[in-house]
Design a binder for this molecule. Structure first.
Ligand SMILES: C[S@@+](CC[C@H](N)C(=O)[O-])C[C@H]1O[C@@H](n2cnc3c(N)ncnc32)[C@H](O)[C@@H]1O
Length: 361
């Protein structure tokens, strides 16, 4: 998928910015995202900060969507994405339009056309910024904007939350999800949120509520059974996306001392429709590379729960290309294999039955 450079986005800001101002804004926003959370709402109130968010976080958040969509493609093929074109893409907490743009770019790469999207954000400035961005890259797509999510009974939609559930309280999210649940059978819910232990607690609760309402988890869980980490104090499930950026994005990242090449995230995909889930192992943690193996903790379906097992992928059974991809791999791509269940003994797997796809990278 196309990588964005800060250079090409500069013409799309709401207000002219000098590089010094961009650096100061990013530093201020980062403190609000991490340390001074009580001030988190402030960055959406000034044209300079909104523009800065767009310049820096849009190019560096996009690889998360690409990673998730690549994985959905690998597991479900092109038809999955053809179906998505029939759903309106509703981007809740769209910010500068990051994931709407990602959705449009990814489907375009697959030769698919998206007719319309809906941008939802409580910030008027973010909505202006998002419209400017989307119109620039996709002038023919029809755009609806809303400050609050309004539900249209017969609309078929994909509700996408990008780093916005994180800014909402549970009551607000539950009431949105209840409304979505009462629509029809075609809805989908996607989210890409921070890969923190704090958000994981929210994610586990939301996952259980949706499963109780008969939603399917298409990503990342191996099954709908309970999460093995749901009560864990120190451990949580998340994905780690490794990526590179255009030179000017790398340069700004270095100046503000933010590593945007290793991106932890919590992504989920839910569907109301039945789906045929392949038996899969989901790597939750890379443990270590030893002389003989690459060791992972993996989540997989056992008799009555999802469980965590230690998987040792023996080097002598891997070819050079597989070794290379495993060394550099992002974390969050499932290992797919229909016969795996039988191979699990004492919560350990040590054989070559984990098939590593050639496009596993
Ligand atoms: C961190 S930004 C994420 C922007 C974009 N989705 C991304 O990932 O790059 C969060 C956005 O959510 C918006 N937001 C927060 N609470 C919201 C709510 N209850 N409804 C709609 N938007 C909301 C904020 O105004 C902000 O633009």
């Amino acid at each position: 998928m196309k990588k964005l450079s800060i250079r090409e986005l500069f013409s799309l800001t709401l207000e002219e910015l000098k590089e010094e101002e961009l650096l100061t804004s990013i530093e201020l926003m980062t403190t609000h995202f991490t340390v001074k959370r009580e001030k988190i709402e402030e960055y959406v109130l000034s044209p300079k900060q909104v523009s800065s968010y767009m310049l820096f976080y849009m190019p560096t958040n996009l690889p998360k969507l690409e990673f998730l969509y690549d994985e959905l493609f690998r597991q479900n093929g092109l038809d999955f994405f053809k179906n998505l074109t029939e759903l309106e893409f509703v981007d809740i907490g769209c910010g500068p339009g990051t994931f709407s743009l990602g959705h449009l770019l990814y489907l375009k790469k697959l030769g698919l056309e998206v007719q319309k999207i809906c941008l939802v954000d409580t910030s008027h400035l973010m909505l202006l910024q998002a419209q400017k961005v989307i119109k620039h890259f996709f002038p023919n797509v029809s755009i609806r904007t809303e400050k609050n999510l309004n539900f249209h009974k017969n609309a078929k939609a994909l509700y996408f939350f990008g780093h916005s559930l994180n800014e909402m309280n549970m009551q607000e999210i539950q009431s949105l999800f209840n409304e979505i649940d009462q629509l029809n059978q075609n809805e989908m819910i996607f989210w890409i949120e921070p890969g923190t232990s704090l958000f994981f607690k929210k994610a586990v609760e939301l996952r259980e509520n949706l499963i109780n309402k008969k939603w399917n988890v298409l990503y990342p869980c191996p099954s709908l059974l309970s999460c093995p980490l749901r009560n864990s104090e120190n451990d949580w499930c998340h994905q780690i996306v490794r990526c590179t950026h255009e030179d000017d994005v790398e340069r700004i990242s270095q100046k503000v001392k933010l590593d945007r090449k290793i991106l932890p995230m919590n992504a989920f995909v839910f569907s109301k429709r039945d789906s045929e889930n392949m038996v899969k192992f989901f790597p939750v943690r890379f443990l270590q590379e030893t002389k003989f193996s690459f060791d992972f903790t993996m989540c997989l379906e056992a008799d009555s729960a999802n469980i965590l097992v230690k998987a040792e992928l023996l080097k002598r059974k891997l070819d050079k290309a597989q070794m290379k991809t495993l060394k550099q791999a992002s974390l969050g791509r499932a290992f797919l294999n229909k016969n795996l269940e039988k191979q699990v003994k004492d919560y350990r797997i040590r054989d070559d039955l984990i098939r590593i796809d050639h496009n596993y990278e």
